[in-house]
Design a protein around this ligand. Structure first.
Ligand SMILES: Nc1ncnc2c1ncn2[C@@H]1O[C@H](COP(=O)(O)OP(=O)(O)OP(=O)(O)O)[C@@H](O)[C@H]1O
Ligand SMILES: [Mg+2]
Ligand SMILES: [Zn+2]
Length: 282
C-alpha cells in the first residue's frame, strides 16, 4: 500500500483515525481510511458493504417468499393447483379462452374492496378451480409487492393473514361445524375470519353442500361481504341455480357488482382422460 499523503488525523484516546490519499489496486489513487494502523480503501469498503446489503436483501426476499408460500398453502391456494401460465388453450375455444383469461388476469392484479364479485360457471373439469387458484396466486403476488424489503420490518404472520382464502363450500360447512361448542373460536368467529379476507373464493358451490343450514351460512357470508370485499364463486350450477341456492337477499347483493364468466368448453379431464381396462390384452 503506497501512501501518497495524509489528509486528516483524529486522535481519540488510544485510537488514531487518519484519512489518507493512497494507491488502491482497484481504484488507483483514492481516499483511504486508517484506523489504528489498519488501512482500507474507502471505495472498496463501500462496495463491500453494498454487496453484503444486497445479499442480505436477497436472503430476506427468499425468506419472505417462503412465508408467502406457506401462508398461501394454509389458505387453500397452491402453485400445484395451477396458474395462468400453465393453462393449455383448447381448440375450438382457444380465442375465447384467451380473451377470458386476459380479463381474469387484469382482475387478479387489482383486487380491492371495490372490485366486483366474480362467478365462474362451467361444467365439471372445465378448469374453474384452476383459474380461481390462478387469480388467488396473482393477488398474493401483488400484495407481496407492497411488503417492505427487510424481513424483520414486518410481522409476517399478520401480513398475509387476510389476503385471500380459497375453500370449497363443502369445507366451509365442515369447518363451521367443527367450531360448534368451541368457546375459543365459535362458528360465528370462524365466519368472521372468512369474511375478513380481502378476497374470498368459495369453490365448488352446490357440490355436497345442499343442507338448508349450509346454504344459509354461505348466503350469510356473501351478505356480510357486500360492499366490503369481493367474493369469488366457482360452480357447476347455472345462474338460476345459483340464485336459488343463495336466496333473494344474498343474490341481490352479489349481483349488485358482479362479473360473470362461463367456461363453456369441454372438460379438460375428459379430454386428457386415459381409461384402460384391467385385464385387457396389452
Ligand atoms: N386448460 C387447462 N390447461 C391445463 N390444465 C387444465 C386446464 N383445464 C383444467 N385443467 C386441469 O384439469 C383438472 C380439472 O380442472 P379443475 O379442477 O380446475 O376443473 P373444475 O372446473 O374446477 O372442475 P369441477 O367442477 O369438477 O370442480 C385440474 O387438474 C386442472 O389443473
Ligand atoms: Mg372445481
Ligand atoms: Zn479500492
Amino acid at each position: 500500500m503506497k501512501v501518497i499523503e495524509e489528509l486528516s488525523r483524529i486522535e481519540l484516546g488510544t485510537m488514531i483515525i487518519r484519512e489518507l490519499m493512497a494507491e488502491c489496486d482497484i481504484h488507483h489513487k483514492t481516499k483511504h481510511r486508517e484506523i489504528n494502523g489498519h488501512i482500507d480503501c474507502c471505495q472498496c469498503s463501500e462496495d463491500k458493504s453494498q454487496l453484503a446489503n444486497t445479499r442480505r436483501l436477497e436472503t430476506d426476499k427468499a425468506r419472505m417468499r417462503v412465508a408467502l408460500v406457506n401462508k398461501m398453502k394454509s389458505k387453500g391456494v397452491s402453485a400445484n393447483m395451477g396458474c395462468f401460465s400453465a393453462w393449455q388453450y383448447n381448440e375450438p375455444k382457444a380465442a375465447e379462452q384467451h380473451a377470458k383469461i386476459i380479463q381474469l388476469q387484469k382482475y387478479s392484479k387489482s383486487v380491492n374492496s371495490c372490485s366486483p364479485n366474480l362467478v365462474i360457471f362451467g361444467r365439471t373439469g372445465a378448469g374453474k378451480t384452476m383459474l380461481a387458484n390462478a387469480v388467488a396466486i396473482n393477488h398474493y403476488l401483488e400484495e407481496e409487492k407492497s411488503l417492505p424489503d427487510e424481513f424483520n420490518s414486518y410481522n409476517q404472520q399478520d401480513f398475509y393473514d387476510h389476503t385471500c382464502e380459497m375453500i370449497t363450500s363443502f369445507d366451509i360447512a365442515v369447518q363451521a361445524k367443527l367450531h360448534w361448542g368451541n368457546y375459543q373460536m365459535s362458528e360465528h368467529d370462524y365466519i368472521k375470519e372468512l369474511v375478513a379476507n380481502k378476497l374470498l373464493i368459495i369453490d365448488d358451490l352446490g357440490a355436497g353442500d345442499g343442507y338448508i343450514k349450509d346454504r344459509e351460512r354461505i348466503a350469510q357470508i356473501v351478505t356480510l361481504r357486500h360492499k366490503r370485499a369481493p367474493t369469488m364463486i366457482t360452480t357447476n350450477m347455472d345462474i338460476n341455480g345459483l340464485r336459488e341456492y343463495l336466496g333473494d337477499r344474498a343474490w341481490d347483493r352479489l349481483q349488485q357488482n358482479l362479473l360473470v364468466m362461463s367456461c363453456d368448453w369441454e372438460s379438460y379431464r375428459a379430454k386428457t382422460a386415459d381409461i384402460r381396462i384391467v385385464g385387457a390384452a396389452e
